[in-house]
Design a protein around this ligand. Structure first.
Ligand SMILES: [Ca+2]
Ligand SMILES: [Ca+2]
Length: 546
């Protein structure tokens, strides 16, 4: 799972290099199987036992001596233990354009026969269009989405550094269902998502659909790097061919020690990641990044989250074959400390040499600076007339066409259109799914006097690739200071469209932190995040006007 601490960014990050949502076709799901997974939540007066009690098996933690149980919830009560868990309640889509509202209602989370049920329901619901955690939560509006579900977390109630984290669960299935057992940093010492890390113990999407490996795979992933959008992820998945994770309870676990995290299903150790393949970059005030020494960001306190998302950029939306309601049923959550050395978690490892050692990611090389030398061409905003020109036929100092690109590659070219209205234009080809491109200066400019002006540009989409969805623009004041994502709608293909976006709209946009006195990036533009491969677009005549 992914999330943004402050902004309504559109991103996908879950194991994007492994698979992308491609599941638009119908799937063959036996609706009669739904009875095995879904039950009715308790009414106010009775509790109906639909799922027979299941004897909890022994934990799969090995040896039984070195790992010492320090926290657990067996879900034996009548209601969720609020000394251990809190609900998140919102309708903002989790930063991934998900389609569920999270509520604290019994329809979406309840306990029955020693099991926690997190239940996704197909029903319209209206709630907060953002996270109550955000600094601007008081100003948030509402949104209505077509599903409800539950998301609980142990933040400030159960927070740990190192240990063994073990969850016995049975998973929901069908196109668009995205159950997750994961961890986020409690203190975010290294900055906003994902500079302070994210540990995904188990994620699955689109289980029991015809597409493999989605059909029976569970994923273990880390998110880290710098703050979005300069974050990265690494991980792998395992396919469960013996007992399907939607038919049988399986135990999903990690062992986390200083510098190493290991992923398990039942007693199978299937993946390891180490600090050689992760890193944390702090963004300094000057906008440069600094790599933190040691095993950051996975050297601080994290808490647990359990949820079932519906839709979103990774799984894609449900289809006609998806059966609702769907449930993740959780028998227990158990947290162990390594008794040998609690301070670094070392000395209790269960390691299979055959487990995949994930190569991970290294910090990107510093961005190439095209403009060198003294900033002789730097302009004085006070001398500007009513047009600030950013691009006409070539890159104009100090506005460099550049990209942030998490995976894959981009190609930039100057193309002569032999069209008198456009002449030379800048063309960008996306051989990636997670990139933004922009005009950016290496310094900031005070454009406070442009609040009543416009960002204008011409856009021609030569090839829509697979995106089929809208384009987004924004203005940044040294990321993450930003107007936030601003939709410019669905593009026409092979047709120049002139866009004129009022700067007042960018300032007033929900979640905007745009500061016109610090503009370094007067135009950011990108096709729908997560689904960009093959897009070819041309941009021309970029300017601010007033
Ligand atoms: Ca239980
Ligand atoms: Ca031109």
């Amino acid at each position: 799972m992914t999330r943004s601490p402050h902004h309504r960014y559109l991103w996908v990050a879950a194991a994007a290099t492994i698979m992308l949502a491609s599941c638009g076709d119908s799937v063959d799901v036996d609706a009669s199987a739904a009875g095995d997974t879904t039950t009715s939540p308790p009414t106010s007066t009775t509790t109906t036992a639909v799922i027979p009690p299941v004897a909890a098996p022994e934990s799969f933690h090995p040896g039984g001596t070195a790992w010492e149980l320090v926290w657990s919830d067996e879900f034996d009560g009548a209601e969720l233990d609020e000394s251990k868990w809190g609900w998140e309640q919102n309708c903002w889509g989790g930063g991934n354009q998900e389609l569920q509202c999270y509520t604290n209602r019994a329809e979406n989370t309840y306990l029955s026969d020693g099991m926690l049920h997190i239940r996704a329901v197909q029903e319209d619901f209206t709630g907060l269009d953002g996270s109550a955690d955000w600094e601007n939560a008081d100003e948030l509006g509402t949104a209505t989405l077509p599903y409800t579900s539950g998301r609980i977390r142990s933040k400030d109630k159960g927070d740990w550094r190192y240990g063994r984290f073990e969850v016995r669960a049975k998973l929901p299935f069908g196109q668009g269902l995205w159950p997750a057992i994961w961890m986020l940093p409690t203190d975010s010492k290294y900055g906003g998502w994902a500079a302070s890390g994210e540990i995904d113990i188990m994620e699955a999407i689109n289980l029991k659909t015809v597409f493999t490996p989605d059909n029976n795979a569970v994923h273990g992933t880390l998110h880290f790097g710098a703050e979005w959008p300069s974050n990265v992820n690494s991980g792998t998945f395992v396919q469960l061919f013996d007992e399907h994770p939607s038919d049988a309870f399986r135990v999903y676990a990690i062992e986390w020690e200083e510098g190493e995290i290991r992923w398990f299903v039942d007693d199978m150790h299937y993946a390891t990641q180490t600090a050689d393949g992760w890193y944390s970059q702090i963004t300094t005030e000057g906008g440069t990044t600094e790599v933190i020494e040691g095993s950051a960001p996975f050297d601080q306190r994290f808490h647990l989250l359990l949820n079932v998302a519906v839709g979103g950029t990774w799984p894609g939306p449900p289809d006609d074959a998806t059966v609702f309601p769907q449930e993740m049923v959780v028998d227990y959550v158990r947290v162990y400390e390594c008794g040998v050395s609690p301070s670094d978690g070392k000395g209790c490892a269960t390691s299979e040499p055959s487990a995949t050692l994930v190569a991970g990611k290294q910090p990107a090389e510093p961005t190439e600076i095209l403009f060198t030398g003294p900033f002789a061409g730097e302009f004085d905003p006070a001398t500007l007339g009513n047009t600030l020109t950013i691009f006409t036929d070539d890159q104009i100092f100090p506005w460099k066409w550049d990209s942030f690109n998490a995976t894959g590659s981009l190609a930039f070219e100057l193309i002569d259109t032999e069209d008198s209205d456009h002449g030379t234009v800048i063309q960008t080809t996306f051989n990636t799914n997670e990139a933004v491109v922009y005009f950016q200066a290496p310094v900031t400019y005070d454009l406070s006097d442009w609040a009543d002006g416009f960002v204008e540009f011409d856009l021609r989409v030569v090839d829509l690739g697979a995106t089929g969805r809208g384009f987004t623009m924004k203005v940044d004041c040294v990321h993450p200071c930003s107007s936030g994502d601003f939709s410019i709608g669905d593009p026409a293909v092979d047709e120049w469209i002139h866009h004129k976006v009022p700067i007042a709209d960018l300032l007033g946009h929900s979640g905007s932190s745009l500061d016109l006195s610090l503009v370094d990036t007067p135009l950011v533009i990108f096709p729908a995040w997560g689904n960009q491969e093959g897009v070819v677009m041309q941009v021309d005549n970029v300017e601010w006007t007033r």
